[in-house]
Design a protein around this ligand. Structure first.
Ligand SMILES: [Cu+2]
Length: 343
């Protein structure tokens, strides 16, 4: 009901900002896609309803008080008789309102505590185990070694099977980041030197956007990732594909591209499994082309963007720690041709 009301009135909000937020269900607390987010949504709805009722009640009483206040003229002498009158009724009203406030606040506190308990009680037997590390400004994900077929790394994208719990160990590499996928759960801080965990379960298939929710520097706003919730069979197929090493180059251009990658600077920061590139400062690129977005959700993944990115990353995401590469037009084409095979 709240959602429908919100959708009805959101377009009236200046700038249509709220309208856009509502029309886009992929990053939206009002479209829960998992049990945890549903609990939070219920808490939000109850809090909104109670606070709206209290607000309306206060306004009504205020209006009544203004309407019933005695009117006087400048010439009237002040009427001070009320000072001597006992104010039993007023005392009762104020006392009653105080008790009501305490009861309402206590009710909200109780709902809050119950929500918190419900959130922490997600059964995690048979969970998928992941490790997510926040970097300035991208997300590194490692699927744990207990994943059938072995652990592997991806970046800025997580796939999870619908209906199965997911336990994510959170870490930060440099500064504090916050893991937040509004459709699935609340926020959890990622603090350097500490490990924390967040558990969630996606109950509806879909692609949900996650966003760093703690200001972490220049490109904080361009630090997004996506959670793809899919059927167990699709998930297994995705895992099996990601576990495979990169394919061998099939022509000279691709072979030249691989050489530039492994002997140039790229391999110092990036890993491509199946090649001699084992760098760990940047995303694992073994299947980079299987992801729809590049650079933590900053731009679409296509050849033109890829080439522009390799040439001058700072012009597409100012502040990024990936340096520009002085490559000739031909070298860039070769590199892009080889990276294009990393499906
Ligand atoms: Cu951040």
């Amino acid at each position: 009901m709240v959602r429908r009301l919100w959708q009805t009135f959101a377009p009236l909000v200046p700038g249509g900002v709220a309208a856009r937020v509502c029309a886009e269900p992929s990053q939206n607390v009002l479209h829960p896609a998992g049990v945890q987010a549903a609990h939070i949504f219920t808490l939000w709805t109850i809090t909104l309803a109670v606070c709206s009722l209290v607000f309306a009640a206060v306004l009504i009483v205020l209006l009544l008080a203004v309407m019933r206040a005695p009117r006087t003229n400048h010439d009237d002498r002040p009427d001070l008789t009320s000072l001597d009158r006992p104010e039993n009724r007023l005392r009762r009203v104020v006392g009653g309102a105080s008790v009501a406030s305490v009861v309402v606040l206590f009710g909200l506190l109780l709902t809050d505590v119950m929500t918190d308990r419900a959130l922490s009680r997600l059964p995690v037997a048979n969970a998928v185990h992941l490790e997510m590390t926040g970097h300035q400004w991208w997300w590194e994900t490692r699927y744990a070694d207990d994943t059938a077929g072995g652990g592997f790394a991806v970046s800025n994208e997580v796939h999870v099977p619908v209906g199965r719990p997911v336990v994510v160990s959170l870490r930060a590499d440099d500064v504090i980041h916050t893991f937040w996928v509004p459709n699935l759960h609340g926020k959890k801080d990622m603090i350097p030197g500490r490990e924390s965990t967040i558990e969630f379960r996606a109950d509806r298939p879909g692609t949900y956007r996650g966003q760093c929710a703690e200001f972490c520097g220049l490109e904080h706003a361009l630090m997004a990732f996506s959670v793809v919730a899919e059927s167990p069979a699709q998930y297994q197929a995705w895992v099996a594909h990601q576990q495979m090493p990169a394919p061998q180059p099939t022509n000279d251009l691709q072979a030249q591209g691989e050489r530039i990658f492994t002997t140039g600077g790229c391999a110092g920061c990036h890993t491509v499994r199946g090649t001699s590139a084992h760098g760990a400062l940047g995303p694992d690129l073994t299947h980079v082309m299987s992801r729809p977005m590049l650079a933590a959700g900053t731009f679409a993944n296509n050849t033109a963007n890829l080439e522009a990115w390799i040439k001058a990353p700072g012009s597409m995401k100012p502040g990024t720690t990936m340096p520009a590469s002085p490559l000739s037009r031909q070298e860039l084409e070769a590199l892009a041709a080889w990276i294009g095979t990393l499906q």
